[in-house]
Design a protein around this ligand. Structure first.
Ligand SMILES: [Zn+2]
Ligand SMILES: [Zn+2]
Length: 261
């Protein structure tokens, strides 16, 4: 048994990259000390929903979020919103997400993305759940939407890659900041400086599997067990040993989802 107890706050275990060995992936996660994994369900995909809700939840425990990803924003419809709304009452669903804005890719027009993000923030508010927010090259618009929607349920700003101004403003808005394997990449010094500045009681780590495997697994398919490398890097930056840092992460995760985790 691993001496640590850690949480991967974002992994796409529904994706087909995991079709051959999903159970082995979960077993390796447990062996590496991962006690829980939060999996976002893509609300526009029946398959994502079935696979995620069908994952065996033991150790690691599986928690889920439901939402329309910004890449899928053009699929926003009353039917999709009602899928998300229905899922929100399932015990396993602890947040609405992932939702947000991605102006790096252009799978959906910015206006479509903004509309989908705002509609889902409003939905999260109405069902009293936090939000899992994806922001890529979109900081000012993310903040504007959160503020103008009066969204105060907080949540996770996941796979953080933006600047300190956005981190600080989202911390003020009640969000936790989750860092991925990107913080282990040699060129990520600016991001590591932000890890140092985010208060320890507002910090989470994630894989964003199957993407973004941390060093020394970089270039391979990522999986929840590898979040240990990201946590080790973050622990060093915070001046904590890994078990102490992992304890902090677990405490933060429980503080964020007091009712469902
Ligand atoms: Zn994302
Ligand atoms: Zn994601």
């Amino acid at each position: 048994m691993s001496p640590i107890d850690l949480i991967d706050s974002h992994a796409h275990l529904d994706m087909e990259e995991f079709d051959p060995d999903r159970e082995a992936v979960l077993r390796r996660a447990a062996e590496a000390g991962i006690g829980a994994v939060l999996c976002p369900i893509e609300a526009s995909s029946r398959r994502s929903l079935d696979v995620t809700l069908g994952l065996p939840s033991g150790r690691p425990a599986i928690y889920a979020a439901a939402g329309l990803h910004p890449h899928q924003a053009k699929l926003l419809s009353p039917a999709i919103l009602s899928v998300v709304d229905k899922l929100a009452s399932e015990k396993k669903i602890c947040a609405i997400g992932e939702i947000g804005l991605d102006f790096h890719y252009d799978y959906a027009a910015p206006e479509e993305q903004k509309a989908a993000f705002r509609e889902q923030l409003a939905l999260a508010r109405s069902v009293h759940l936090p939000a899992i927010v994806h922001s890529r090259e979109a900081g000012p618009d993310i903040l504007r939407a959160v503020q103008e929607e009066g969204f105060t349920n907080g949540g996770i700003l996941h796979c953080f890659t933006e600047d300190w101004d956005l981190a600080a403003a989202m911390l003020d808005a009640g969000f936790f900041i989750s860092f991925s394997g990107i913080i282990t990449f040699p060129k990520s010094q600016a991001l590591r400086d932000i890890v140092v500045k985010v208060p320890a009681d507002r910090l989470l780590v994630e894989t964003d599997a199957p993407y973004l495997a941390p060093v020394p697994h970089r270039g391979r398919r990522n999986e929840p067990a590898y979040v240990v490398e990201t946590a080790s890097c973050a622990a060093r930056l915070k001046g904590l040993d890994l078990p102490r840092f992992a304890e902090t992460v677990v405490r933060n995760f429980h503080a964020l989802f007091p009712e469902r985790v």
